[in-house]
Ligand binder design. Structure first.
Ligand code: DER
Length: 224
């Protein structure tokens, strides 16, 4: 349907930025999956790159597309990170984490010389907080961290996978937090980061350098 076409157009636009010799960090989600397919075609046509993946599923998809997947743990950075988002505001701040790989995505985004987000227009918001804000924490800390987040004003729900809690690749749990529209993003990010056991939150306030947005009237390229 046309959302997939919008995602695909944004994905292709970002993949066009990639040059031979780059180490590219790939996020996780359906838009990144479309970027992986586009990247596979460019590699077949002679592009020489290596990638690092932010999740097992992304690594599998990348290998299946014929890409060279390297381990991230031996590296300090990547040249370019390409990732999706759940919400993107006009200042290129985002909420991420619905795909369950946000902790690794935030590390790779921070390690990237340049981070580009690819979204369809449905992800554009005027202010962050329309949907849920994911938090990754240890199973051990579920009750403690939930209570601390509730005290910050959110309704907190443990993300489930069927009848059991969803587990990330790190075998941690995800708390989906509903704050409502967030007035002070920086303040909330600092308050969340101060909670012991809060391993990662979905507020990406500084990481994103550019975004390709698939809109019905074409691709918008937003930069800071
Ligand atoms: O978790 C994330 O932030 C992912 O990037 C994901 O939510 C992006 O969504 P998509 O499947 O629509 O690309």
């Amino acid at each position: 349907d046309d959302v997939v076409a919008l995602k695909r157009a944004a994905a292709h636009a970002a993949v066009a930025e990639i040059e031979s010799g780059m180490l590219v960090g790939l996020g996780t989600g359906t838009t990144v999956s479309l970027a992986i397919a586009a990247l596979g075609e460019r590699v077949l046509a002679g592009l020489r790159i290596d990638i690092v993946a932010t999740s097992r599923i992304t690594a599998l998809q990348a290998r299946a597309a014929g890409l060279s997947v390297l381990a991230f743990d031996t590296r300090a950075g990547v040249d370019l990170a390409i990732d999706g988002a759940d919400e993107l505001d006009p200042d290129l701040r985002a909420i991420k984490g619905r795909g369950g790989a946000m902790l690794r995505e935030k590390i790779v985004a921070a390690a990237a010389a340049r981070m580009v987000v690819i979204v369809d227009a449905s992800k554009e918001v005027t202010a962050l907080g329309r949907g849920l804000l994911p938090i990754e924490t240890l199973p051990f800390a579920a009750g403690f961290v939930s209570r601390r987040i509730e005290r910050l004003g959110a309704a907190v729900s443990l993300r489930m996978a069927g009848s059991a809690p969803f587990l990330t690749d790190q075998r941690n749990i995800v708390l989906d937090c509903r704050f409502g529209v967030i007035g002070d993003c920086e303040g909330l990010a600092q308050a969340l980061s101060a909670i012991p056991g809060m391993l990662g939150h979905g507020l990406f306030l500084d990481e994103i350098d550019a975004a390709y947005v698939g809109r019905k009237d074409g691709i918008a390229r937003l930069t800071r």
